[in-house]
Write a protein that binds this ligand. Structure first.
Ligand code: XBP
Ligand code: MG
Length: 261
């Protein structure tokens, strides 16, 4: 039985990479007078590196106009700080919406007494800004455990973030369900033995995701999911969105689904 939901942030709660991080990185480049720009294609490639500072260093390693290696770490830290400031401004200005179906599932899980954790390897300040904006100053009533980039030695796809969340909740992996959007996130959950549902996001729409108990286009729709779901307004009284009963059903059947092998 599911006792806790472990929510990823970037790409899962909101399209933060598309609407927040990428434009904020570009603002940071401009603010420091750098003639650098990450277009969507380049950013999609760079997302293979998790962690904003690590992503900056990965990009610098490939460009001819980057500073000498000894200066890169300092520049990456400076850009990362600026990026996070611009990101927070975008969140506060309401430019980063929750993905459809997220709020409904968070509320339903809370009403039904499930515990909910945030399990992300993004910076804590980014997460808190987003939660404050969308769930108000008492967001920590909804999400009682928060594991962020600063809390781990190894970022996703490593298992550490999910393991820390389980430890804080005092639960074993099969009592939890992770919701992720990317290969790295799904891999991280699996590495911690936590069953995972993948809601594909803009940057990972075509990623090959292995080992998820379900994969689909978003929590707002019952179409396009594997394993398939009943149609909207079915006999369970579900509307067109993914409900807790769907997650419980996938969770209960996971040994039978070929996706979890
Ligand atoms: C997302 C990340 C982060 C963000 C940027 O992880 O890899 O690095 O892209 O955030 P997740 P920072 O999907 O697990 O949340 O710049 O704060 O690292
Ligand atoms: Mg993600």
């Amino acid at each position: 039985m599911i006792q806790a939901l472990l929510w990823d942030v970037d790409g899962t709660l909101a399209e933060t990479e598309r609407d927040g991080h990428r434009p904020a990185f570009n603002q940071a480049f401009a603010a420091l007078g750098l003639d650098w720009h990450w277009d969507e294609t380049r950013y999609g490639q760079l997302l293979r590196t998790t962690g904003g500072r690590e992503r900056l260093l990965a990009d610098m390693a490939t460009r001819g106009d980057a500073p000498p290696a000894v200066e890169r770490e300092r520049l990456a830290q400076q850009l990362h700080r600026l990026k996070n400031r611009f990101y927070a401004e975008r969140v506060a200005a309401g430019e980063i919406a929750l993905r459809p179906g997220v709020r409904e599932l968070v509320d339903e899980a809370a009403e039904r007494g499930l515990r909910q954790a945030i399990v992300t390897t993004t910076s804590r300040a980014n997460v808190e800004a987003l939660l404050l904006r969308h769930f108000g100053p008492r967001w920590n009533r909804r999400f009682t455990v928060l594991v962020c980039g600063e809390d781990v030695a190894a970022k996703k796809p490593d298992a550490e973030a999910h393991q820390r969340a389980l430890q804080a909740l005092g639960l074993g992996p099969l009592a939890a369900l992770a919701i992720e959007d990317s290969f790295a996130g799904a891999h991280a959950a699996r590495a911690a033995d936590v069953p995972v549902v993948v809601t594909r996001s803009a940057y990972f729409a075509n990623d090959v995701v292995e080992g998820a108990i379900a994969v689909g286009p978003g929590l707002h729709t019952r179409s396009g999911w594997l394993p398939q779901l009943g149609s909207p307004g079915d006999s369970n009284g579900n509307s067109g969105r993914i409900a807790l009963d769907d997650l419980a059903d996938w969770h209960a059947r996971m040994d039978l689904t070929s996706l979890y092998g």
